[in-house]
Ligand binder design. Sequence first.
Ligand SMILES: C[S@@+](CC[C@H](N)C(=O)[O-])C[C@H]1O[C@@H](n2cnc3c(N)ncnc32)[C@H](O)[C@@H]1O
Length: 318
Amino acid sequence: MRGLCRAPVFWIVLLITSLVRLSPVVHSHEWTERSRGAFIKNVSRQRTIHRQHFRRTTLVSPVHHTIQGMQCIEVKVDLPLVGTVTILEATADTQEELVNLALDEASSLDCKLASGDPYGAVLWPAASAIASHLLIHKDSLLRNKIILEIGTGTGLVALAASLGGAQRVLATDYESIPLELLKYAATLNSVPSTILDTQLLDLCDSQAPLPLADVVVAADIMYEPKTGRAMALRTLEALKSGAKVIIGDSPGRAGRPAFLQALEELGVVDANFQDTRGTTVTGERHNLICGPTSVTVSQQPQELTVAIMELNSENLLA
Ligand SMILES: C[S@@+](CC[C@H](N)C(=O)[O-])C[C@H]1O[C@@H](n2cnc3c(N)ncnc32)[C@H](O)[C@@H]1O
């Protein structure tokens, strides 16, 4: 080993490896987040390289928590009017364990993924955009209102709505892991369970009616055509019940065209996304949760256009 360390080639290889590790990842196009099926299809190529694509951006040691055996870190998000909101994200190691769970491989976690979807254990850009939108328009969208969130993930939108004065917030997801992270984060943000509740709900389950609400929100959940179509049906259901619907979508999501087409077929008129200024998310991401070419994640926060659509019963064809 001593001889090896003296060899110039050893030091050159070490230097090159270190430089590659430290170099920022260039995002050239969106890597669309995929479901478990696609996970398994792509895995043999990606598994071997995923470790080196973790983004190590945290300068200060983050605060850790263990939630149902999962290691999580606190992530602080600054929002208008309510200030800093703390959410919990899975650490890099936990993301890897979640990916193992999604792939039905050995995992050290006790918990289960019902649908094999690990994406809700980290934050996505549309959540901040929708949270800010709700807070800026809190008098019309939050005050005395019951809010229903679909696909809440780490729950930033639900927390913002609770802190911004909503009467009650029901945060739903089809995976229980994000709901556990959110319940824990609610206590960190002093949000009582009398305001913020959670419930399992599969957007695509046509047998499960939407819980009644004044405003239905969803951020970054249309990453498949199937969820885009299901979101259109849920939009119609919500509008018919008299609710407003607010949807946020980051660039490049595969479900957006299917969503827009289904809305048109269902007779929802003037359903247009408006571009708003959002920001990328930062922090470590497993390669199979958010790929190295994704535009939604970066080492430092960067401006990102997030599309927001707001609909009400006037968007229904008479
Ligand atoms: C990309 S994450 C976005 C999470 C969060 N809204 C955000 O913007 O940070 C997508 C979330 O939608 C949930 N989801 C995906 N498909 C769903 C479905 N069919 N029904 C309910 N939730 C779903 C996932 O579990 C995950 O929490």
